[in-house]
Structures are given as structure tokens and as C-alpha cells.
Ligand binder design. Structure first.
Ligand code: 5AD
Ligand code: SF4
Length: 360
């Protein structure tokens, strides 16, 4: 039995097993992807669920070293969508039978922002007769704010841990109270306590990151017992502090391959969670999303932000889809799902089987 076949036959993977799979040959990786795909079909079904992504604002109070819309980047044209603009986007989601939307933005904390989002959630629910699922991705907030948004009707929250390795986390964030690792972990547990379906994830191919750290990331996601995961390659942005470390990076294509392996291994470890085929994967190769579906991903987030704002939400260089009209984006994604042999999950919230089982 080959090393990989031996590992794949195990119920639980050791740190060494995880590192082996992350570093395996490209032939072995094909076997890994196909095992992950079978696991996904058996435990999470054949559907790919779509979440319409609305990038509500690129105004951020944070200064993460890797991110193009960090506060310190003075070359960004800042915007915030009005309530009407968000409601026009959610109407597009309803019209196109997307079962849910994700409201994502920079991290802002103020009573005005909390209440703007709270009212928006109530209006989206009313507009869609409670049918549209609502995910938030608005960074670290107080328990009170999370609770208000949950009470208003949001039911999922995306907050990436970025890296579960504290040293690496510190290396890619300013060292101040506003960027603390423990706060990030605390927020994830608050979200869970409140009742949100929680989604976290990491960036892959960061300077200073190694396979042992990525294996730790996988184990952390399992320990956190997440319902959903979104992870993808780190891609440089030329106006960020981390850009100066670009000589240390592995080539983008290798970051992509490593991301696919992370998706596949996580699928084997957490058979019934939702895993996203991320925009960063699609940015590296036009086949990125399809390859992610075939390696175990079952979620995709078509960007339905009004087109004029797309060029201003550049987290990294060459982000894909920033000039596409919404219709084109949706048609392309639906055809990708079908071409890859899966079924688009229309008008469904698409909660993970993992979450449904947790509720029982
Ligand atoms: N490359 C890849 N992903 C990035 N993100 C931010 N900047 C980058 C980058 N340069 C991701 C982070 C964040 C999410 C909104 O986008 O993981 O949580
Ligand atoms: Fe702000 Fe998020 Fe970018 Fe950090 S990663 S600077 S919190 S938008």
C-alpha cells in the first residue's frame, strides 16, 4: 500500500499524515482530490450552493499587513453602499434564485454602523418574505452587536482566523490591541455561543508559513467544530507592508495547489461542513473554482455588488471579476457548476449538513 493510500484509510490523521498529504506528489494529489470529492458527494451531496456576495463597504479601521483595503492605504477610493443599493442587490439575488447573501465589509465599530446593519437585515428579510438567508462578514464586534444582528435575522458569520499560528498571526498584523489573536479566537467562540453558523478559514502561502503550520490550521478548524470554511491562497497587494516579503513566497501556482490540498484534506476531516471555492483560487487560475469543487468544495459566492464599486474592493492584486456585470458572473458560475457535474442549489439556504446535525 502506498503511503497515501495508507493514510487515506485512517479514521483520524496525525500531524505527520497531514503534512504528508500537503506535500505529496502531484499524482498522489489527484488521488487525494478524488477521495475528497467522493466524501463530499456521500456526506454533503451533489449540490453547490450560491451566496450572493455584497461588498457593502471598503472602509476599514484595521491595518492588516496583507490587505489592499487596509486603513493605511491612502490610494483606495472609499465607499459605503446605501440601504437602497444593498436592497437592489438583494433583489437581484432573489430574482436569480440565489438562496442567500453574504454582506461583507471592512471592520467598523460604532453605534451607527451596528444599527445600520441591524435595520438592513430586517429590511432584507421583509423584502424577501424571510426567504433569503443572511450571512455577515463584518469583522470583530462586541457580543452585544453580534447578538443584535443575530436577533434581527442574520444566521451565519464569516470570520477568518487567517492563521492559527500565533507567531505568524503577529507577523502579518500590527502588534496592538486592535489586532489581537486572542480577540479573534474569542469572537469566534462568541459567535458560536450566540447561535451563528460559524465560518472561518486561513490564507495559504503566507511568507513564513510552512506545512506544519497549515496542518495545525486544519486541526484548529476541526477543534473549533466550524460549520463552514473559506480559505484560499495569499496573493500580494503592491500597496501593503507584506509586499516587501514577496521574495520569500512560493510561486502563486504552488500556493494554489496547496490551497486545493487544504480543501481536499479538510473535506476528508470534516465530511459534512460547507467549504467554499474562493475568489482568490479563481484569481490564480480561471479553472480555480471548478478544480475546488472537484476537490471537495460545495459553496461559491458570486459577487453581486453593484459593478461601479467592484474595482474599489481590491484585497489583493489582479482580483478576478472586477469588471464583470452581475448577470455575466452568475451565468458563468452556474455553467461552471453544471460543467463540473454538480447541481446548482437554487433558492435554498444551503446550510451545512454538519450544522443540521448539530441542531438535532
Ligand atoms: N490575499 C488573499 N486573501 C486576502 N484577504 C485579505 N487580503 C488578502 C490577500 N492579500 C482575505 C483575508 C480576509 C478576507 C476578507 O480576505 O483572509 O479575512
Ligand atoms: Fe480590514 Fe479585513 Fe482587510 Fe484586515 S483583512 S484590513 S480587517 S478588510
Amino acid at each position: 500500500m502506498s503511503n497515501l493510500t495508507n493514510i487515506l484509510s485512517k479514521k483520524e490523521f496525525s500531524q505527520n499524515d497531514l503534512e504528508y498529504m500537503l506535500g505529496c506528489s502531484s499524482d498522489e494529489a489527484q488521488v487525494l482530490y478524488s477521495a475528497a470529492n467522493q466524501t463530499r458527494i456521500r456526506h454533503s451531496g451533489n449540490k453547490v450552493y450560491m451566496r450572493g456576495l455584497i461588498e457593502i463597504s471598503n472602509i476599514c479601521s484595521k491595518n492588516c499587513f496583507y490587505c489592499g483595503i487596509r486603513k493605511g492605504n491612502t490610494h483606495v477610493t472609499r465607499y459605503q453602499l446605501s440601504e437602497d443599493e444593498v436592497l437592489a442587490a438583494t433583489q437581484i439575488a432573489v430574482n436569480h434564485q440565489l438562496g442567500s447573501v453574504v454582506i461583507q465589509g471592512g471592520e467598523l465599530s460604532s453605534p451607527q454602523w451596528t444599527s445600520f446593519i441591524e435595520k438592513l437585515i430586517l429590511k432584507i428579510r421583509k423584502q424577501s418574505q424571510q426567504k433569503l438567508g443572511i450571512t455577515l462578514s463584518l469583522g470583530e464586534q462586541t457580543e452585544e452587536t453580534y447578538q443584535k444582528w443575530f436577533n434581527a435575522g442574520a444566521h451565519r458569520y464569516l470570520l477568518r482566523i487567517e492563521s492559527s499560528n500565533q507567531n505568524l498571526y503577529s507577523a502579518i498584523h500590527p502588534s496592538d490591541n486592535h489586532h489581537s489573536f486572542s480577540k479573534r479566537v474569542e469572537c469566534l467562540s462568541l459567535l458560536k455561543k450566540i447561535g451563528f453558523q460559524t465560518d472561518t478559514g486561513v490564507m495559504i502561502g503566507l511568507p513564513g508559513q510552512n506545512l506544519a503550520m497549515l496542518a495545525e490550521d486544519l486541526r484548529t478548524m476541526q477543534d473549533l467544530d466550524i460549520d463552514m470554511c473559506g480559505m484560499g491562497p495569499y496573493i500580494e497587494h503592491h500597496e501593503t507592508p507584506l509586499y516587501s516579503s514577496k521574495e520569500q513566497l512560493i510561486p502563486v501556482r504552488e500556493r494554489f495547489d496547496l490551497s486545493l490540498r487544504m480543501v481536499a484534506i479538510l473535506r476528508l476531516m470534516m465530511k459534512d461542513i460547507n467549504i467554499a471555492a474562493t475568489t482568490a483560487m479563481e484569481t490564480i487560475t480561471t479553472q480555480g473554482r471548478i478544480m475546488a469543487f472537484q476537490a471537495g468544495a460545495n459553496i461559491v459566492m458570486p459577487n453581486i455588488t453593484p459593478q461601479v464599486y467592484l474595482p474599489h474592493y481590491l484585497l489583493y492584486d489582479n482580483k478576478t471579476g472586477t469588471s464583470n456585470p452581475t448577470e455575466t458572473t452568475l451565468e458563468k458560475i452556474i455553467s461552471e457548476i453544471q460543467l463540473a457535474g454538480y447541481e446548482p442549489g437554487m433558492s435554498e439556504w444551503g446550510d451545512s449538513v454538519h450544522y443540521k446535525n448539530r441542531q438535532k
